[in-house]
Design a protein around this ligand. Structure first.
Ligand SMILES: Nc1ncnc2c1ncn2[C@@H]1O[C@H](COP(=O)(O)OP(=O)(O)OP(=O)(O)O)[C@@H](O)[C@H]1O
Ligand SMILES: [Mg+2]
Length: 154
């Protein structure tokens, strides 16, 4: 199980982000669920891509799931399911069945971008990875913390 509640990790550029992704991937276990927090362009998809690469997923398989909602990457040390709920309208009923099925799986690691429309479905043992930008354009601060099911995520 990847560490949660660890000290924030600053990275200066994509190369350091890659190094973070490698150690993160090494600690990842089947059944882990990570909610990815951060503004547009913070690097959520990039992080998933680098984690997949570190797990040994063939690079050509890793695409953004923005238009597909859910994408599964196989061929690495463990399967990765990448969900992006950005385009889900919060005012409309979400087809929750596929999400419930993914969250019940114990064979893969799951990453969720823009999880707020599905908070009620997310198991309480999920964790959050917050990606903050700045001060330099390629600098990021990566903070792991427990999921707060009350929805107050700070
Ligand atoms: N240190 C870094 N870590 C992550 N991404 C970086 C870093 N430096 C530069 N970038 C760039 O920032 C962009 C991040 O885009 P990405 O699509 O990963 O963001 P996102 O958080 O998934 O956005 P969205 O909410 O729109 O899905 C990429 O173009 C990436 O190359
Ligand atoms: Mg993204």
């Amino acid at each position: 199980m990847a560490e949660s509640g660890a000290a924030p990790v600053p990275v200066r550029d994509l190369e350091e982000l890659r190094a973070f992704a490698e150690s993160f991937a090494a600690a990842l276990s089947p059944g882990d669920i990570w909610l990815l927090r951060g503004e547009l362009g913070a690097g959520k998809t990039t992080l998933v891509r680098e984690v997949c690469k570190a797990l040994g997923v063939p690079a050509t398989r890793v695409v953004s799931p923005t238009f597909t909602l859910v994408q599964e990457y196989e061929g690495g040390r463990l399967p990765v399911v990448h969900i992006d709920l950005y385009r889900v309208d919060p005012g409309k009923a979400l087809d929750t069945l596929f999400l419930e099925e993914v969250f019940e799986r114990s064979d893969c690691a799951v990453f969720v971008e823009w999880p707020d429309v599905a908070l009620g479905l997310i198991p309480p043992d999920a964790r959050e990875l917050v990606i903050e930008t700045g001060p330099a354009p390629t600098a990021r601060l990566l903070t792991r913390r427990p999921f707060n099911p009350s929805g107050v995520t700070g």
